[in-house]
Design a protein around this ligand. Structure first.
Ligand SMILES: C=Cc1ccc(O)c(OC)c1
Ligand SMILES: [Fe+2]
Length: 509
């Protein structure tokens, strides 16, 4: 008798963009990428980024959500005008167990109740799929449901879970920690910090040597997705939205989060960055919407200034609303203007905090700054925006145009620059690259991955950060397509060396 195994076929999972309709699952190296234009020879370092990329057909087929793909990291290493490329999956316990079984063993996004019983005892079920950062001699792959995974900077091999020299006590860790360029500290937090559905937040600081030095635990008014936050010199600020965690829903085999469409406000939780006690937290009310990513924050004249794009409805339509309905609104109607809040953290929480200013109308996401200015007054941010007047190559509607435009806003001059590459191109998150040799803040480059739909291939574009409207100064060709990822970081060459564990995969000189 012939023994038949089910064939490996991927379902058409709902994706935020058509670019991601097919999985890639690629691992490999490409040495000496082709470059159109010219690369500045003083550029020495690497651009790391991560994409969720399901390694196996998901257990729940078409009902799977894009946030649950396995973390697949790539690195573009720049030295002396050359670029080399590497791409590897993070070896999470989930990835290893599923590889061994040649099938999915873990169920829904952040829902352990849907896992195969044989993986009940794994250390973590995280996918490590959201961000890659550098801190204290380590490259770390992050997802907000677990501690970071350390990755070898040169080989992209997975080193193991990070515990900050045994000083880390929180089971979860944001994918968006904020580095303080003055102190070398990493300001971070974990939410659902006492288990799935718990409203507990652990706000903590890691010093420049990689030890947790500050830690305070407190409770939010409800448990929700706190995907990003702000940190200034003296404060940490948590955006609380209506994407609520529900253990009941999880236990029924459903999603981790639901969207509370009846909630008529959001909250900003403010707590001192140093020496805070749980009772120090203050909750300020803000208007209806859905917080996702922040851009930057600083203190000015005793006020907090908080910048972020804020969605007008649930940012992730694949999470059900309180009636269990998914895709509960018309995507054509959603916007995410860039807002600026300005308020006194010592002020009353009785009055609602309204945005002081709408900085940018429309649909905007993935705003980044020169990371050395995180928490400090800054002049420029770079963000993706949708130009709905541009039709897309595949005959799509304006609503499907995607992030076809890169925008840079200079607050000091009030000027905005934009760059549009063509009707078959969408962009991924921009990343600022400092120029070496004592250049001032915001002097440098922007790297941005372009999705070339017509060629089904990716291209890394490099801009002069202050003149993006002049177009890319170099275009680095990839012979393959990278899925729409989330976040990435530029890491200076000497830090790449510090975060490499030995074997070097770099170009021999
Ligand atoms: C806002 C993005 C976002 C939020 C939560 C996630 O688990 C995630 O995984 C890729 C991404
Ligand atoms: Fe994010």
């Amino acid at each position: 008798m012939v023994h038949v195994v089910p064939s490996t076929i991927f379902p058409r999972v709902y994706q935020m963009s058509a670019w991601n309709h097919d999985v890639m699952r690629f691992e490999g190296d490409v040495y000496e990428l082709e470059v159109i234009g010219s690369l500045p020879t003083d550029l020495h370092g690497a651009f790391y980024r991560v994409q969720p990329d399901h390694a196996f057909p998901p257990m729940f087929g078409e009902d799977e959500i894009p946030l649950n793909g396995d973390g697949n990291i790539c690195c573009f290493y720049f030295e002396n005008g050359h670029v080399d490329f590497k791409n590897r999956y993070v070896r999470t316990p989930k990835f290893e167990a599923e590889r061994a079984a040649r099938r999915a063993l873990f169920g829904r996004y952040r829902n352990k109740y849907t896992d195969d019983p044989r993986v009940r005892d794994v250390l973590t079920r995280t996918t490590a799929n959201t961000h890659v950062i550098y801190h204290a001699n380590k490259i770390m792959a992050l997802k907000e449901d677990a501690p970071p995974f350390e990755i070898d900077a040169s080989t992209l091999e997975t080193v193991g879970l990070v515990n900050y020299n045994n000083t880390f006590h929180c089971p979860t860790h944001t994918a968006h920690p904020k580095a303080d360029s003055d102190t070398g500290e990493l300001v971070a937090f974990g939410y659902e910090a006492k288990g799935d559905g718990s409203p507990d937040i652990c706000s903590f600081t890691v010093d420049k040597e990689g030890y947790v030095t500050e830690e305070v635990w407190f409770k939010a008014p409800w448990a929700c997705m706190i995907h990003d936050f702000w940190a200034t010199e003296n404060y940490v600020i948590f955006p609380i939205n209506g994407l609520k965690a529900s253990v009941e829903q999880m236990q029924k085999g459903g999603e981790h989060f639901y969207w509370d469409e009846n909630l008529d406000h959001q909250l900003l939780g403010v707590i001192p960055r140093r020496g805070a006690k749980p009772e120090d937290v203050k909750w300020f009310k803000t208007s209806r919407g859905c917080y996702s990513h922040t851009i930057n924050a600083y203190e000015e004249d005793g006020n907090l200034v908080l910048d972020a794009n804020v969605w007008t409805d649930c940012v992730f339509p694949f999470f059900p609303n309180s009636q269990g309905k998914k895709f509960h609104y018309d995507p054509k109607n959603i916007r995410s203007p860039v807002l600026r809040y300005r308020f006194d953290p010592k002020g009353s929480t009785e009055v609602m905090v309204h945005p002081q200013q709408v900085i940018q109308e429309g649909v905007n996401e993935f705003g980044r700054v020169d990371d050395r200015l995180l928490g400090k007054k800054y002049d420029r941010y770079w963000i993706l925006t949708v130009d709905p007047t541009k039709q897309i190559y595949s005959n799509g509607t304006a609503a499907q145009a995607g992030f076809n435009t890169l925008l840079c806003h200079n607050f000091k001059t009030g000027k905005k620059q934009t760059y549009y590459h063509g009707n078959d191109v969408t962009f991924q998150e921009p990343c600022f690259v400092p120029r070496s040799g004592g250049a001032s803040p915001e002097e440098g480059y922007i790297v941005i991955l372009a999705d070339l739909y017509r060629e089904s291939r990716s291209q890394l574009l490099l801009f002069d950060a202050q003149n993006i409207d002049k177009g890319p100064i170099a275009q680095i060709k990839l012979p393959l397509k990278l899925l729409d990822g989330l976040h990435g970081s530029w890491v200076d060459g000497k830090d790449v060396d510090l975060a490499s564990k030995g074997t070097t995969g770099k170009v021999d000189q």
